[in-house]
Design a protein around this ligand. Structure first.
Ligand SMILES: [Fe+2]
Length: 269
């Protein structure tokens, strides 16, 4: 089995911004306050702020127009279609892809893919990619001085079962630095892609880990300006998913539309 990491690490600026973390954190707080005031004033606001200067590398590439709803074409309503046989069960275990065990905290991530009425979405493809336990991606654009793990590639996939459930076995990714500003670090996260016939485009999001001290500092996490929406991206520690002497466990349910939907990244982010 061979894997390539599905996407580049978070985009890096050619010339790093020299803003300090305290300046970035101040900008985040100011913008969240501004949006809260606008909402209190009766404005209807999207869940994510596209024009969000603290996320420096998004300034020139964020959408500048409001998205328009269009009727999907027939082909988009009927495809793609996946079956359980298209993806081998072993592909959901990221700890089995090499001769040895990867380093790090072994964990189970389990969840359900649901629509806004709580109905399970079966036979949808879920792909994940992530850094290793030291916070390093196998990607030529990630050259920061943390070790690669010869026993960890960091990509896997699964198809949801009839109850809309998926399950991955992996290791906990480490936080990593990125050049958004001076000494910028991303909270530990797993990237998720959702693709299938129950919605008309591929959806991409990130799962975080509870209690991460980097949450308040991270411009990407904070493009989502309401706390309740940010909370929907944090996996829930679930001791029932742990295995004695073996692994910890997190639950991460994903809702694909409606008011309870998980926040998804916009195209190009
Ligand atoms: Fe990442």
């Amino acid at each position: 089995m061979s894997y390539r990491t599905a996407a580049a690490p978070e985009t890096l600026l050619a010339s790093p911004d020299q803003a300090s973390q305290s300046a970035i954190t101040g900008e985040i707080t100011e913008l969240h306050d501004l949006y809260a005031r606008r909402e209190a004033g009766g404005e209807s606001l999207p869940a994510t702020m596209h024009d969000f200067p603290p996320y420096r590398s998004s300034i020139l590439r964020h959408p500048t127009k409001n998205p328009k709803l269009v009727d999907p074409e027939t082909i988009e309503l009927l495809s793609p279609a996946f079956g359980q046989r298209d993806v081998a069960a072993i592909e959901s275990d990221l700890t089995l892809q090499h001769a040895g065990e990867p380093l790090g905290e072994r964990l189970t991530v389990r969840g359900r893919l649901l629509d806004s009425w709580g109905r399970p979405l079966a036979n949808q493809l879920i792909e994940i990619w992530q850094a290793n336990s030291a916070g390093r991606y196998i990607h030529q654009r990630d050259q920061h001085p943390a070790p690669l793990d010869p026993n960890f590639t960091g990509a896997g996939r699964a198809v949801t079962n009839d109850a809309g459930e998926y399950l991955f076995t992996t290791i906990k990714p480490g936080p990593y630095p990125w050049k958004n500003h001076v000494n910028a670090w991303r909270p530990a996260h797993i990237h998720f892609s959702i693709f299938g016939s129950s919605f008309t485009q591929r959806l991409v999001t990130q799962m975080y880990f509870p209690g991460d001290p980097l949450f308040a500092l991270d411009p990407i996490y904070n493009t989502i300006w309401r706390q309740k929406d940010r909370d929907s991206l944090v996996g829930v520690y679930d001791h029932d998913l742990t295995s004695p002497e073996w692994s910890t466990g997190y639950r991460f349910d994903i809702v694909v539309d409606g008011p309870d939907s998980t926040w998804f990244e916009q195209e190009g982010e």
